[in-house]
Design a protein around this ligand. Sequence first.
Ligand SMILES: Nc1ncnc2c1ncn2[C@@H]1O[C@H](COP(=O)(O)OP(=O)(O)OP(=O)(O)O)[C@@H](O)[C@H]1O
Ligand SMILES: [Mg+2]
Length: 252
Amino acid sequence: MSEAKIQTGPLVDPHGETRDDCAVIALKNVTREYAGHGSTVRALADATFSIVAGEWVAITGPSGSGKSTLVNLIGCLDRPTAGQLKIDNVDVASMTATELDRFRADKIGFIFQQFHLIPYLSAIENVMLAQYFHSMTDEAEARAALVRVGLGERVSHLPSELSGGEQQRVCIARALINNPPILLADEPTGNLDAANQTIVAELLQDLHRNGHTIVMVTHDPEMAGLAQRRIALSHGKVFCHPVGGPMVTLRR
Ligand SMILES: Nc1ncnc2c1ncn2[C@@H]1O[C@H](COP(=O)(O)OP(=O)(O)OP(=O)(O)O)[C@@H](O)[C@H]1O
Ligand SMILES: [Mg+2]
């Protein structure tokens, strides 16, 4: 297997910027170990790669390979055991927990397989809750986010009064509310039927066209095919697929 030209050294674009200059997410030898239960689990081992602004990357790999661990780290919900993680050129290790909360609210929108909607709040209140964490609430803006995902007629519905696909669209509206540059999606279509999968896929394509950086965990080859690049995980180790090419390791 030949060594990949991409990723093994700094890429230079026609404007003279290296890939690292454009990186919005940059991992250098990032490891995450979980201690306990009499042994240590190395869920992510020595990951080194970068994702540039506006890129759409699919994270794939079998169950237990470390996908959610990686997404939780990129989402600043967790910290590496070792290595350096930079989001938008800021080393996340340099921030206090409070700074990190604010940084996360500014930079990252989360879309989860399990939606994580508050059951006793309406669709619009669930979206406004995300604004609340950003210390401002604007009902008109929350309504506009729901209209954007096609739920203008469902703003007062509770999650239990929405279909699975509609709940996922509320989750996407919530992720968009602070207009974060990075969207992290962990199995965004995992619980959806084909029709709703298509709606969510089209929404993600629209967001990508509008310049959002998307990092998406998926088991679905069709969804992975929408991304520009694939990062595959196996037993916590990272492999990168160049677009349309064979699987190659990021770093040996
Ligand atoms: N808090 C934790 N404590 C101990 N081990 C953990 C913890 N979280 C995850 N692990 C272990 O780390 C490994 C990677 O888990 P992770 O959730 O990242 O996998 P995944 O690729 O997202 O899997 P799936 O496709 O099933 O969601 C697994 O072996 C898991 O058992
Ligand atoms: Mg997972």
